[in-house]
Design a protein around this ligand. Structure first.
Ligand SMILES: [Zn+2]
Length: 267
């Protein structure tokens, strides 16, 4: 795929050659759309680990819904490169990877999209949001019925790592070891309140639905509820440390969730 945006092209360049030769990694960007008169595309990659005959665990990985939070985007690109080399790391998974959910904001390095909207407040509105990125992602979230949804962010008001959990009750047990793993690179935020929510050891549990409206999440009717984690790095920290923290967190979440699911099946 030739990306019109030079910034996007540079980010995704290492994946182009991989996709051309891989039998595990596929590139399938969403249909093009217009934002403020400009054509944009939302990149999507699918990684299917080989040699698995059970049902796959299907997880969606999302980054840069806020266009200036780029550490997660780099982390997802590097993880795809690593999984291509070591597919056993994600054995049993079918991963849908969206490294840049806000392409116009990513281009200009802004949180909002080119319509000056925070896309992470636009999901599942009634009537639906007019933002094409949101409509396209909602369609993915509805159609693919993920077992897990991981959103990567960076917070310029936090000095440490933290995460928000939602959905399935096992979710906090997926996040806890991921925070531990990411702490090799950056400190955890131990504040009792983060972003206005009560927190414990860097975990924000069940933020009230009214104050947490419109974020990228599974459709309300999904059953069973997937695990849903928003993972945040401190945006003021060095980019490379944030990238490593995101990579360690995602890797650990996937490993932990796979073990939990297989244990649940053996009960
Ligand atoms: Zn964010």
């Amino acid at each position: 795929m030739q990306w019109k945006s030079r910034k996007l092209a540079r980010l995704l360049e290492p994946l182009n050659t991989l996709c051309a030769v891989s039998d595990k990694l596929y590139e399938s960007p969403l249909s093009p759309f217009l934002v403020a008169g400009q054509v944009h595309r939302l990149p999507r990659y699918v990684f299917i680990s080989p040699g698995w005959d059970g049902p796959y665990l299907r997880v969606g990985l999302f980054a840069a819904i806020h266009g200036d939070e780029i550490a997660g985007s780099h982390a997802l690109v590097r993880l795809l490169q690593r999984w291509q080399e070591n597919p056993d790391e994600v054995r049993g998974y079918e991963l849908f990877v969206y490294p840049v959910c806000n392409p116009s904001g990513f281009d200009t390095g802004t949180r909002h999209n080119a319509q000056d909207l925070d896309l992470n407040r636009e999901f599942w509105h009634d009537p639906p949001s007019g933002q094409p990125e949101v409509r396209a992602l909602e369609q993915e979230l509805s159609a693919l019925q993920f077992d897990g949804i991981i959103s990567l962010h960076a917070d310029d008001t936090s000095e440490g790592l933290y995460g928000l959990v939602n959905g399935a009750s096992l979710t906090r047990y997926v996040l806890e070891p991921a925070l531990n793993a990411a702490e090799r690179y950056l400190p955890r935020n131990h504040d009792a309140s983060i972003d206005g929510f009560a927190a414990h050891n860097g975990i924000v549990m069940e933020p009230c639905p009214q104050c947490y409206r419109g974020v990228l999440s599974a459709p309300e009717e999904s059953a069973p509820r997937p695990f849903e984690i928003v993972f945040e790095t401190p945006q003021g920290a060095p980019l490379e440390a944030q990238i490593h923290a995101h990579m360690a967190a995602v890797h650990t979440m996937l490993e932990t969730y796979r073990v939990m699911r297989s244990e649940a099946q053996n009960i």
